[in-house]
Design a protein around this ligand. Structure first.
Ligand code: NAP
Length: 342
């Protein structure tokens, strides 16, 4: 079955900000054999791959072909005494896979519960939550390179994972589609419970920390996230809009003179991570609006979009960045990909 290319399509249903940009062409990629058509299509126009559209901001109409990754399938490739290697197609829902993996007794992804999007999008920004990053569970990533017209796999090292970053967001952007991810999961659970919100919820539910099961932890994380992060179907958003900035300990000491309660976490090599949400909240941005965009009332890192385009949202983000730079001398980096900004 060849790709069905539909002209002049609205992208509003395919991005969680609900932006009503249009694509010159739209197609759903459902089989690996359809990848063979991509090199010829890519010579005629730009291609953009979308999974769940939960980490992009459409700043303009897209003048080329938008591909919706609809590849499906989950397969356990092999196992040894400690681990299992599981291949998952890029179009599978991330959170459904997390649920499925725990039901099978495949452990490790608990803390990454309730992150929207697809499996193919997970390595792109190296999704992370509550002290766990997906890179820790990835063995390799399978791609189709539409410039060269070939399928190949990249081992974890080759993916150049960083904080909410990877090769797929950098040099491989605009040239590959992630067909599958091979995860190496654990056969025995080893739970990560250090984040304050998790501990508080365990305590509030009257559970014993040393008896929590991986599935209980998943439910705890779903509960905490549902309380703090708005449902994109109700309040269109892309989760965290800014990355947490990393600065030196020396710079932190200077900031602490003016802001003694600044929230920070130590990293390696004399670096510290600042909580971007705290910086934004401290400057009074929670709940503030710019036209049809506003800062979420409960989580200052989340921007809500209620307009048909992204103009107000991007203007609000720019105002926040300027304010943070002026008051803290810290540069906030935007986390989602901005598509179509000149
Ligand atoms: P939070 O728990 O209110 O914490 C605020 C910030 O402080 C977080 O960004 C987190 O950094 C950091 N932090 C908190 N406790 C920490 C600890 N024990 N050790 C090291 N760093 C700590 O954050 P939140 O906004 O509600 O988000 C909860 C988790 O979900 C965070 O890990 C966040 O990154 C994650 N999340 C991920 C996405 C995404 O992948 N797009 C979207 C939304 C939320 P880190 O962000 O580095 O963990």
């Amino acid at each position: 079955m060849s790709l069905l290319l539909r002209p002049n399509q609205s992208l509003q249903p395919f991005n969680t900000l609900g932006i009503a940009a249009r694509a010159a062409w739209l197609a759903e990629l459902e089989t690996l054999s359809q990848c063979d058509e991509l090199p010829a299509l890519a010579r005629q126009q730009p291609l953009l791959v979308l999974g769940g559209g939960s980490n992009i901001v459409l700043a303009a109409d897209f003048p080329g072909l938008v591909l919706l990754n609809r590849l499906r399938g989950i397969q356990c490739l092999r196992q040894d005494a400690q681990h299992l290697w599981v291949q998952v197609a890029g179009g599978e829902s991330w959170d459904d896979f997390v649920q499925y993996s725990l039901e099978q007794g495949w452990f490790g992804l608990e803390n990454l519960s309730a992150i929207p999007g697809t499996v193919g999008a997970a390595p792109v920004q190296n999704i992370g939550a509550y002290g766990v990053e997906v890179q820790g569970w990835i063995d390799r990533v399978g791609v189709f390179d539409w410039q060269q017209g070939i399928h190949y796999e990249l081992g974890r090292e080759a993916c150049q994972f960083g904080y909410r970053d990877s090769l797929f967001k950098q040099v491989l952007r605009d040239r590959v589609l992630i067909t599958h991810v091979v995860f190496r999961l654990d056969r025995q659970p080893c739970l990560r419970l250090e984040y304050g919100d998790i501990r508080t919820e365990i305590h509030q539910q009257g559970l014993a920390v040393d008896q929590i099961t991986p599935m209980q932890l998943r439910h705890i994380i779903r509960t905490v996230r549902a309380r703090k992060l708005p449902d994109p179907r109700v309040c269109p958003n892309v989760g965290s809009f800014f990355k947490n900035p990393v600065i030196s300990s020396a710079r932190l000491q200077v900031l602490q003179q003016q802001w003694p309660d600044i929230v920070h976490y130590p990293l390696e090599k004399g670096q510290v991570k600042l909580a971007a949400g705290w910086l934004i909240d401290r400057l009074g941005w929670k709940g503030r609006a710019q036209g049809s965009a506003r800062v979420h009332e409960r989580q200052a890192l989340v921007l809500i979009n209620q307009g048909a385009d992204s103009r107000d949202l991007l203007a609000l983000a720019a105002q926040i960045r300027d304010d943070v730079r002026r008051r803290f001398e810290v540069v906030l980096e935007v986390e989602p990909l901005i598509i179509g900004l000149a």
